[in-house]
Write a protein that binds this ligand. Structure first.
Ligand SMILES: Cc1cc2nc3c(=O)[nH]c(=O)nc-3n(C[C@H](O)[C@H](O)[C@H](O)COP(=O)(O)OP(=O)(O)OC[C@H]3O[C@@H](n4cnc5c(N)ncnc54)[C@H](O)[C@@H]3O)c2cc1C
Length: 341
């Protein structure tokens, strides 16, 4: 698992939008406290040792990855710690991994905390509704375990963290969502909010590019770039990673403008919600990612693998784009239709 803190500008933006105490400066010390950082080549004041979650950037100093790093530097970017909050430049990936073990939040937090304090954990349970009192204050959660409906009463607070898809579903089932949609489903409206209308993802293109039989390598390097000079912040994440005998490279849209929607299923709201992703519907997203993919192909073509023992893999033909000149951005925008994941 890649350990990524994200962009300081996102945190500051969330605070500006009303999420008090979420600015980068306020959240930074919390992020530092969770780390047991085993890192080389970074500014140590940005990291911390002896926290619960071990991270490392060891194992990324591989000749083939250094070729990618150099290619990014040739574009004018410097080396950077991908977790300095700036998201600009190229550097070795930091992993939630140390001494051959994945360091997950489950083992380092829940398991350890569980052993120390023995909290009540209801596993194999599905939350079905947040319960409100007559003043619309959330006071508990209804859930189903082994087919039996149960209730948990809140002593202090309820944290809804069911993921990007199930969280809006649970909120809407509980009466927090767009009034018109909840009215259609005869759900009592507690708060009319645009829940489900902010769906977005960081889509991108990932390709296997080089291979070496028996290489059996691992490691990764990540870069954050601007698709054009006019961008105020990096809008493309580019990376190269080794997996067994293969080298993969990719370009990802950092901040999508396209917005999809999650709605409850009209005939059965408790079932899987209806997801309308709307990926790349905004022209700006297609332009940015197309420029990123154009740069990615340039890098793939320019890297000289001779000394590394790797061979370039033949990229497949893209028949739908064959009548468009490869020199144009239109060609790379066309590729997005086939290659985006
Ligand atoms: C393929 C893939 C690769 C990724 N790689 C990385 C990476 O390398 N680095 C990184 O930082 N991020 C990565 N991410 C993103 C990262 O996984 C998510 O950002 C993160 O898991 C979100 O955490 P969360 O706790 O908000 O939600 P989730 O991890 O989605 O957890 C939600 C939990 O709630 C449970 N749940 C859902 N509904 C209910 C319900 N009604 N009642 C009870 N429980 C419920 C779910 O079963 C789940 O366990 C990746 C994501 C994907 C899909």
């Amino acid at each position: 698992m890649l350990y990524m803190r994200g962009s300081k500008y996102d945190y500051d933006g969330w605070e500006e939008m009303g999420a008090t105490k979420w600015s980068w400066n306020r959240i930074f010390s919390t992020m530092n406290d969770i780390e047991d950082a085993h890192l080389t080549g970074v500014n140590e004041s940005l990291h911390h040792r002896d926290g619960p979650i071990a991270i490392t950037n060891e194992g990324n100093d591989k000749p083939i990855l250094n070729k990618f790093k150099q290619a990014i530097k040739n574009l004018g970017y410097g080396e950077a710690d991908p977790n300095d909050g700036e998201l600009s430049g190229v550097g070795p990936v930091q992993f939630n991994y140390y001494q051959n073990q994945r360091r997950s939040s489950y083992y380092e937090y829940l398991y350890t905390y569980h052993k120390a304090t023995n909290p009540k954990i209801e596993s194999s349970s599905i939350a079905t509704r947040i319960i409100f009192d007559e003043n619309s204050k959330a006071i508990g959660v209804e859930y189903v375990k082994d087919g039996v409906k149960k209730y948990a009463k809140a002593r202090n607070e309820i944290v809804v963290c069911a993921g990007a898809i199930e969280t809006p579903k649970l909120l809407m089932l509980s009466g927090i969502g767009p009034k018109a949609h909840l009215d259609e489903l005869n759900i009592n409206v507690i708060a009319d909010r645009p829940v489900g209308k902010n769906l977005h993802d960081h889509v991108g293109v990932i390709l296997p590019v080089f291979n070496k039989t028996g290489a059996g390598e691992s490691g990764a390097v990540v870069a954050f770039l601007k698709s054009s000079e006019s961008e105020s912040q990096s809008d493309i994440e580019m990376f190269s990673y080794l997996e067994g005998d293969f080298v993969f490279m990719g370009a990802i849209l950092v901040k999508a403008e396209s917005r999809g929607e999650i709605k409850l299923r009209p005939d059965s709201p408790n079932d899987k919600p209806v997801i309308d992703p709307q990926y790349l519907t905004e022209k700006k997203d297609r332009e940015r990612l197309a420029k990123g993919v154009q740069t990615l192909f340039k890098i793939i073509n320019e890297i000289d693998v001779t000394e590394t023992g790797y061979e370039k893999m033949k990229l497949p033909p893209y028949p739908v784009c064959q009548n468009i000149s490869k020199e144009t951005l239109e060609y790379y925008e066309c590729l997005l239709h086939t290659l985006t994941v």
